[in-house]
Design a protein around this ligand. Structure first.
Ligand code: B12
Length: 161
C-alpha cells in the first residue's frame, strides 16, 4: 500500500500502524534525463534494473522537460530521482534540475549517472560540480551499475525495514 505524503507529514499514525504501512510499501524511483538528451535505452535499462530490485518506477522518457520532473516529483513522491544522461551535456544541464527540485522542497535522494561528459578526463570535476549543485550521488565509471545497485538497495532497506 502506498503512503500518501500528507499522511506522512500531517496526520502521523500510531507506531504500529506506521511500521506496518512502511513495511508494506515499495520504494519509488523517478527516472528521467536532461532536456537535450534523446537517448532512450539508458532510461529503459535503469528502469528495468530498479524494477528488478523491487522499486516502483516512473520513467519520464527522453528529452525530459524540467517541468515534467517537477510535476512528477509532486505527484509520484519518489524516494529517489535518477537523471540518466549519455549525450555528454549533463554537466551544463543537470544542475538546473537539482536547483529547481530544491526550490520546490524535494528531499528525495538525487542521483546522476551515464556518460556525463564527452570524455573521461573531466569526470571527477563533473562529479564535484554536480554534488555541489545538489546531487547526492554521481555514477560514471565502468562499474557504476554495481555501485548504483548497492546504493539503490541501501535506499530500499532504509524504507522497508
Ligand atoms: C543509439 C544511439 C543514438 C540514437 C539514440 C536512439 C534512442 N532512441 O535511444 C540516436 C541516433 C538518436 C543518437 C543521437 C545522438 N547521439 Co548517440 N548513441 C547511441 C549509441 C550508439 C548507443 C546508446 C544506447 O542505446 N546504448 C544502450 C544503453 C543501455 O547503454 P548506455 O546508454 O550506454 O547506458 C549505460 C551506461 O551509460 C550506464 N548508465 C546510463 N545511465 C545511467 C544512470 C545511472 C544512475 C547509472 C549508475 C548508470 C547509467 O548504464 C547503462 C547500461 O550499461 C551510443 C554509443 C554507444 N555504443 O554507447 C551513442 C552515443 C551515446 N551518442 C552520442 C552522441 C554524441 C550523439 C549525438 C550528439 C550525435 C549527433 N551529433 O547528433 C546525438 C544526440 C542526440 C541528443 N539530442 O541527445 C555519443 C555521446 C558522447 C559522449 N557522451 O561523450 C555516444 C557515446 C557515441 C560516441 N561514442 O560518440 N544516438
Amino acid at each position: 500500500m502506498l503512503i500518501d505524503n500528507q499522511e506522512r507529514v500531517g496526520n502521523i499514525p500510531t507506531t504500529s500502524a506506521w511500521d506496518c504501512k512502511r513495511k508494506a510499501r515499495k520504494p519509488r524511483a523517478l527516472i528521467g534525463t536532461i532536456a537535450s538528451d534523446s537517448h532512450t535505452w539508458n532510461l529503459i535499462f535503469i528502469d528495468l534494473l530498479l524494477k528488478e530490485l523491487g522499486f516502483h518506477t516512473m520513467n519520464l522518457g527522453p528529452c525530459t522537460p524540467l517541468s515534467l520532473f517537477l510535476s512528477s516529483f509532486v505527484n509520484f513522491k519518489p524516494d529517489m530521482i535518477i537523471v540518466s544522461s549519455v549525450n555528454g551535456h549533463a554537466r551544463s544541464q543537470a544542475p538546473e534540475i537539482a536547483a529547481k527540485l530544491k526550490l520546490i522542497g524535494a528531499t528525495s535522494r538525487l542521483v546522476a549517472g551515464g556518460k556525463l561528459s564527452t570524455g573521461p578526463e573531466g569526470n571527477i570535476e563533473i562529479r564535484n560540480e554536480l554534488q555541489l549543485a545538489g546531487f547526492h550521488a554521481v555514477f560514471f565509471t565502468d562499474d557504476s551499475i554495481g555501485e548504483f545497485t548497492k546504493y539503490a538497495e541501501s535506499i530500499k532497506s532504509a524504507i522497508v525495514s
